[in-house]
Design a protein around this ligand. Sequence first.
Ligand code: KIV
Length: 273
Amino acid sequence: MSVAKQNTPKKVTVHTLGNMTLKGEKISMITAYDYSMAKLVDSAGIDVILVGDSAANVMAGYETTLPITLDEMIYHAASVVRGVNRALVTVDMPFGSYQGNSKMALSSAIRIMKETAANAIKLEGGQEILESINRILSAGIPVMGHLGLTPQSINKFGTYSVRATKQMEAEKIIADAKALEQAGCFAIVLEKIPALLAKTISEELTIPTIGIGAGKYTDGQVLVLHDMLGITQDFSPRFLRRYMALGDEIRSAVKQYSSDVKTVNFPNDNEQY
Ligand code: KIV
């Protein structure tokens, strides 16, 4: 075997994830939107990289995820894929690229797969988008579902508060999750729902559930990279664990650089030709 082949990590597939869940091994997932971060995140051994439409918030500064376009998602996803060797790359279908009808959904999904070389797509919603999910799956494109808090529907719900605290909504999410599994989705993101509801869903499904603000019983966890690194500083929901205060570190490094420039402390004699 060549050295290059020996050093290439085994690519994570949708089957890898299913087997991990069967064995009780948790799945780690994180967002990335560009080549450099994706390369770092992949080399850290993360299982799934989500090119989330949260790019609208953390990359473009929009208040909601609604404005980001299919072309913009494709740009981010293609950049991420170029930085990744091992992780499974899943791309969010942006608002407006699949809700119209199943034909539109399929052609958007095909554009993502063709133009980015990603491994799967994710879309938000349950039984109401089943026809689109079926059509995308029938083209051989792996689909990740997304239930609970679905940020593309913010104008319907009005808030980003915890979802499914009432029995009726909880029952609908359970039914939706079962319908998505039955259709053939390979995993489902459960966002901001009570931990015990996420536990019930995870126990009733065989495909992996990936939680964000859904407690510890899901088969995996996902966080937005910029939130967990502390680059975003004005967003502090209870579920968010910050692993770094990178925003503070970046600010102080740039402050130091600026001061070095102004005091002619940079560049020094060794930093010139
Ligand atoms: O867009 C995103 O980052 C997401 C995660 C929060 C799951 O959908």
